[in-house]
Ligand binder design. Structure first.
Ligand SMILES: [Cu+2]
Length: 200
């Protein structure tokens, strides 16, 4: 057995497995998804080198199989975990949309404009509270509540649009503010036809 090559292949398999898991199953971030093909290559290279290392110069000793058994268990756990809890990761992010919203009493961008976004896009909203009181931002059924944002505070929220195309509502969740008019229409559209999984 070639011990150096053996350790190198176990290392490559571990790194590759982790990368594939982060990208394909657990990741919602574009950078992790982009990591999937190179991670898979690293994983396969490790798998290819492992038997070469094991059988070089005679049959391998029994203890050489312990890390391999460990890797198999780890692999099953990671991928099982990914399937169970990585639902978000199944959304392929096609691109990023950024927007800037000024919050005042009692509107977003003074007129509560209709906001159109694409399905399967990462949305980055910069919230700038230029008002006199706290405000918040939420898209009903789409995003989480930003929490209260103080006057003069700028706060950024990010979320992935994995809901169906349709009409939703964005609003300020501070009590009384929606009633005072602080809400607008949020439209989810089909992604553009030329969108690719690598983003823009
Ligand atoms: Cu408000």
């Amino acid at each position: 057995m070639d011990r150096g090559l053996y350790l190198a292949s176990v290392f490559l398999i571990t790194i590759g497995l982790l990368g594939v898991w982060l990208g394909a199953f657990a990741g919602v971030s574009e950078s992790f998804i982009e990591m999937t093909p190179p991670s898979l290559a690293v994983f396969l290279l490790g798998l290819f080198l492992l038997p070469i290392a094991l059988f070089k110069g005679g049959p391998p000793t029994a203890d050489a199989y312990v890390p391999i058994a460990f890797l198999f268990v780890l692999g099953f756990l990671l991928i099982g975990w990914g399937f169970m809890f990585g639902g978000e990761g199944e959304t392929v992010i096609l691109g990023t949309q950024e927007m800037y919203l000024v919050m005042t009493e009692y509107a977003f961008n003074y007129t509560n404009p209709d906001i159109a976004v694409y399905q399967n896009y990462l949305i980055r909203v910069t919230l700038d509270n230029k008002g006199e009181v706290q405000h918040s931002f939420m898209v009903l059924g789409v995003s989480e509540d930003s929490g209260y944002i103080d006057p003069d505070q700028v706060y950024t929220v990010e979320f992935v649009i994995n809901q169906d195309p349709g009409v939703y509502e964005y609003l300020c969740t501070v009590p009384g503010h929606r009633e005072a008019g602080m809400y607008g229409t949020w439209i989810i559209q089909e992604p553009p036809e030329n969108a690719t999984a690598t983003g823009e």
